[in-house]
Write a protein that binds this ligand. Sequence first.
Ligand SMILES: CC(=O)SCCNC(=O)CCNC(=O)[C@H](O)C(C)(C)COP(=O)(O)OP(=O)(O)OC[C@H]1O[C@@H](n2cnc3c(N)ncnc32)[C@H](O)[C@@H]1OP(=O)(O)O
Length: 445
Amino acid sequence: MSQARDTSTRQQRSFPYELRSFPVRTVDGEVPGDIDHWMKAVSLGFYGNAPTPEIARRLVESQEVDGRVVTGAYLSDTEAPVGAWGVEYPVATYSYHRKTLNIGRGTLLPVHQITAVTVRPSHRRRGLLRAMMSSDLAQAKAAGLPIAALTASEATIYGRFGFGVATHECAIEVSVKGGIVFHNPAAAARGTVEVAEASTILQQHNEVFAQVHASRFGSIGRQDWYRFTASGQGNFESLDAVKNIRAALHYNAAGVVDGYVSYKPVTDPNRSAIEIVDLLAATEDAYLALWNFLGSLDLIDAITWAHAPEVDPLEWAMAAKRDYKRIRQEDLLWLRILDVPAALAARHYEGDGEITLHVGDPLGHASGVFRLMVDGGSAKVTRLADTVDAELNLGVAELSSLYLGGVSTQTLMAAGRVQENVPEAAARLDSLLRPTHSPHCLTHF
Ligand SMILES: CC(=O)SCCNC(=O)CCNC(=O)[C@H](O)C(C)(C)COP(=O)(O)OP(=O)(O)OC[C@H]1O[C@@H](n2cnc3c(N)ncnc32)[C@H](O)[C@@H]1OP(=O)(O)O
């Protein structure tokens, strides 16, 4: 299996790079040179504009709030070829911040969130990603993080490092000509929705997101930068406020803001549509009431949203269900269990029972045979000798996909990715892992 190759030997053959890590920070209110070079390398990798000094400062201040740590791979040579980027520019970038993942019943599990992975075109396929990922996951495991996460630019890169898809998001279009008719109009009219300046979202974001994060199964911690983009008060291209972003807040019966939507017109001369920029709702009341508000916008035929949940109460609240259309579904959150006993013991279980699992891990962090015993919804996980016969064999990527219940063991077995050694073992694991809700992550990073 290619995933199990010994990479340390391979890297020693030819690896003229040095990995250096440092926290994102300003120095005397300015962006230091090492961070500036690192950010320019990231913008090269993602084909973005190189950040202006003002945007770079705002980004760095924001990432400092997140506790962001960056890694660069630097050429060990003392000089670069004349005219090329100097050796102070990393040839590869990688970074992480650590927040929490809602794994159900309000339990927030510490999570190592990986982002900004790029390798300079002239240095690709020489093992830089593998070197950075291997070193970082080993450090995260050593630091006691039970799980790592990322959102992927391409679907075929990260399985080899033990990541599995855990949540999806859907791009939807809701036809709202004449408004949305709800099966139960009262359920979509709880609390109050009122228009606010978009800039208000900048202040409200963290408070509302904290409520959403605590209540939304599958939610992962958001970077500080989100409050700027959600409110149209700056993005990677410009710090100028976007003038056509509007916002509305939802107030619960006690007058507390527990949701908001920010939205803007879709640039399409052929139709009158609104695109949701960000929609956060800590309760189902807030969610339906905000959609009720969007449905009531005059002159608008359709609302689009790129980040809708896979299972959406809105679709089932609408009398004309077919006016709700899924345009696209894509993987969003990828998880990677680093510590099997810690991760499995942290979550709640709907059913009771026992099962023995053999987990394979190309990087070794999660490998082993484990006994999962669930009683009263709580799990005890014991590591057994590697020679013990397991009832199910699966890889860490598969276990990570199963972790939030976004897919079933039986489906992965049908896909040829899980091996059952005892009849009905897959069904037994499913009865333990069965989620009460479909996981929904609202955050890209
Ligand atoms: C979490 C995030 O930040 S997602 C964003 C990822 N970054 C991007 O998409 C930016 C553009 N792409 C890049 O910068 C680079 O091509 C990267 C980061 C994807 C890969 O970097 P490289 O240093 O070339 O990867 P490296 O040589 O270490 O390859 C490691 C393994 O991944 C595989 N691999 C690398 N890139 C890809 C790819 N695009 N698709 C599928 N497999 C890939 C390699 O074949 C290799 O496999 P093996 O070790 O099992 O034989």
